[in-house]
Ligand binder design. Structure first.
Ligand SMILES: [Zn+2]
Length: 410
């Protein structure tokens, strides 16, 4: 079995963390000077790993294996939220570079190459998973001038960052047999269970709704309780009952959130006239999400008119779940077992570039534990032994996937 250079993995990760270092964490928002400097450095690392490397118009750093017909696409993102940790995204990019190095050094005749990518703006300063969408042909030309942050369009930001005016790296379904991404879990499950590796079964989709309760504004001191059209109390009662309905309609890993509520006029001495409740539900199964949405819709119909308050529902956003390829899950699971890593299959509640890629080619994802489940904060961390084991298991998994898929690709 090929042993990867785990000291080099840790050293590369620590060097990358110096770009935009902020305490223990990093600040590398998309198109910032720190983000661009780290991308140029990553391009050098990919070249040293023997890859034909370039940075495209949106900032994706893409290194292609020379001289192969087929390759696995491997990577993640290297931008961060403003108060980010050192491993979110970065780990997957560094694992990819190390995998490409190990392949070149120890298996130079391998028929399936490793193409490595660091996607731009996964964290969504301009658009969530911007780089992977562009790579997959999902970014429309007009969006370059409509997506904006602090008054600056995407096109202006990319040019100001010194990126080429045109030319995007693109997914090649003839070449790319699969996409694999390693990432920190960003949640507490592996850490709490004392496990080493998470094999991601799917990435949760999300439905977001606004429930609007319309009553009547009245004096809060003079209006008798039974005469009120109290939109506020109707909303509170609805949320409590809705949670019970969700519990009945959901699956083990479903989650929901009543994340925002707004009252109009929203003052202490007026009975609320209008209440708006924001509801999000997430699961990795589309039928489960449909079941939960149906429960919500049914409750809206039931409650419409109760407490002399009208209730209506509108959907604000929908993101379909992404299913990971079973063959890739199996390969990662097998690789973990071979290296005595304790693994579990689990969903991802967070969005990743893999969600975009899964719409186009077979996709797999692997997690390592996050200490105390912390992420998107400078305290984000993973034990060295988990980084080392994760890099090795990921590489072994890639080799297994390459063998399996090459046999069918011919
Ligand atoms: Zn990430």
């Amino acid at each position: 079995m090929v042993q990867i250079d785990t000291d080099r993995v840790l050293a590369t990760l620590r060097r990358l963390a110096q770009f935009g270092a902020k305490g223990k964490g990093v600040c590398r928002p998309a198109f910032s000077a720190e983000d661009l400097a780290s991308r140029r450095w990553l391009a050098d690392q990919m070249r040293e790993a023997g890859l034909d490397t370039s940075i495209d118009a949106v900032g994706n750093v893409y290194g292609r294996s020379p001289g192969v017909k087929h390759a696995l696409l491997v990577g993640s993102h290297s931008d961060s939220v403003p108060t980010g940790g050192w491993l979110d995204g970065s780990m997957g990019v560094v694992f990819g570079i190390e995998a490409a190095r190990a392949l070149r050094e120890q298996m130079p005749a391998a028929p399936v190459g490793i193409d490595v990518i660091s996607f731009a703006d996964e964290e969504g300063r301009y658009l969530s998973c911007l780089g992977s969408r562009a790579f997959c042909g999902e970014l429309e030309e007009a969006q370059w001038d409509t997506l904006a942050y602090e008054g600056c369009t995407l096109r202006q930001a990319a040019l100001a960052a010194g990126l080429p005016a045109s030319g995007l790296a693109r997914l090649d379904p003839q070449r790319h047999l699969a996409y694999l991404e390693a990432h920190i879990e960003q949640g507490p499950r592996l850490d709490r269970a004392g496990l080493d590796i998470g094999v991601v079964s799917g990435i949760a989709g999300m439905h977001r709704y606004i429930v609007t309760f319309t009553g009547r504004a009245d004096h809060a001191g003079t209006t008798p309780m039974e005469m009120r059209h109290d939109a506020g109390m109707a909303a509170f009662e609805f949320a409590i009952d809705c949670e019970q309905r969700f519990k009945a309609a959901s699956a083990t890993d479903s989650v929901w959130n009543f994340g925002a509520v707004q009252f109009t006029p929203g003052v202490a001495n007026v009975v609320p006239k209008v209440a708006e409740l924001t509801v999000e539900l997430r699961d990795i199964s589309a039928p489960v999400m449909e079941r939960m949405s149906a429960a919500l819709t049914a409750l809206v119909a039931e409650r419409d008119g109760a407490r002399q308050v009208a209730v209506s529902l509108r959907q604000q956003g929908a993101l379909p779940p992404a299913v990971m390829d079973a063959r890739l899950c199996q390969a990662l699971d097998h690789a973990a077992a071979e290296r005595q890593g304790k693994a579990m299959t689990m969903p991802s509640g967070a969005i990743h570039d893999a969600m975009v890629l899964a719409r186009h080619i077979p996709t797999g994802m692997m997690f390592v534990p996050s200490i105390d489940g912390r992420s998107h904060t400078p305290v984000e961390d993973t034990a060295d032994h988990h980084l080392v084991l994760g890099a090795q298991v990921f590489f072994d998994g890639l080799q297994d996937v390459a063998r399996t898929l090459q046999a069918t690709a011919g």
